[in-house]
Ligand binder design. Structure first.
Ligand code: SAM
Length: 231
């Protein structure tokens, strides 16, 4: 699967206490490696039980740095470090209106919901109906009933709730879908993995007075964006 070695499926053996300890250790590791800086993102990662968002036979691996398979076509939950990797440069904060393209497991929006708080808004779009239902169930079990989930092509964004302060695209695209740029607020930021010839680059875009500025963050490896703007 795209260059990652996925551990073999197995019946879960770890207790919720063991997983909570692994979660706390992972947050410490992310702080030490510099991926994580914001107190809000730190608290969100400590609060959301990632194992709830993972298929049963992979739950023991919840805090390993590997993407794990999800129900649906080519869907994965991203590695734990991917969430601060996206949310720190975005500067995701209290009160933001946040749009995610590629709900996957639902874990990313649960973390975002904790960060933006009740005064913010979280919308997430998933193209695959099987993955969408999986995310819906996970978020329900985890107690998140105030995230707007949409089963459609995220390449068109969600004009009904524009403009968004922050947008994260969690699948690799050749270029950022133009409708997403249109739905970005005046000082908004968008982050996306962009497909280059042989690699993918995570790029941050910021809308300012002079237009859209971009900044390379690092190389990444994501499943391809599907739909109208897919490759
Ligand atoms: C790497 S996974 C997302 C991981 C997710 N953010 C999480 O926290 O589990 C990428 C997801 O993007 C979805 N996807 C691909 N193309 C899409 C599109 N055009 N619109 C919405 N979702 C799309 C895939 O089905 C997949 O579930």
């Amino acid at each position: 699967m795209y260059g990652w070695i996925v551990p073999p499926p197995r019946e879960p053996t770890k207790s919720s206490e063991e997983l909570a300890q692994e979660r706390a250790a992972k947050v410490q590791e992310l702080l030490l490696t510099g991926y994580l800086q914001s107190e809000l993102i730190q608290q969100a990662l400590l609060k959301v039980p990632r194992e709830i968002f993972i298929p049963r036979l992979y739950q023991d691996y919840a805090y390993l740095e590997v993407p794990l398979p999800l129900p649906g076509e080519r869907a994965t939950i991203s590695c734990p470090h991917s969430y601060p990797l996206f949310y720190e440069p975005l500067g995701l904060d209290r009160g933001h209106k946040f749009l995610e393209i590629g709900t996957g497991s639902g874990y990313g929006v649960a973390v975002a919901r904790e960060v933006v708080g009740a005064e913010g808004l979280v919308v997430s779009i998933e193209i695959d109906p099987t993955t969408f239902e999986f995310a819906q169930r996970n978020l329900e079990r985890a107690g998140y009933d105030d995230i707007l989930l949409v089963n459609s092509d995220g390449g068109r964004g969600y004009p009904e709730k524009k403009s968004f302060d922050r947008i994260a695209i969690t699948a690799a695209c050749a270029t950022v879908p133009p409708e997403l740029i249109e739905q970005l607020s005046p000082r908004g930021r968008l982050i996306a993995p962009l497909q280059r010839e042989h690699t993918q680059e995570l790029v941050l875009f910021e809308r300012g007075l002079g237009g859209l500025r971009s900044r390379f963050i690092c190389e990444v490896l994501y499943v391809p964006l599907r739909g109208v703007c897919g490759s």
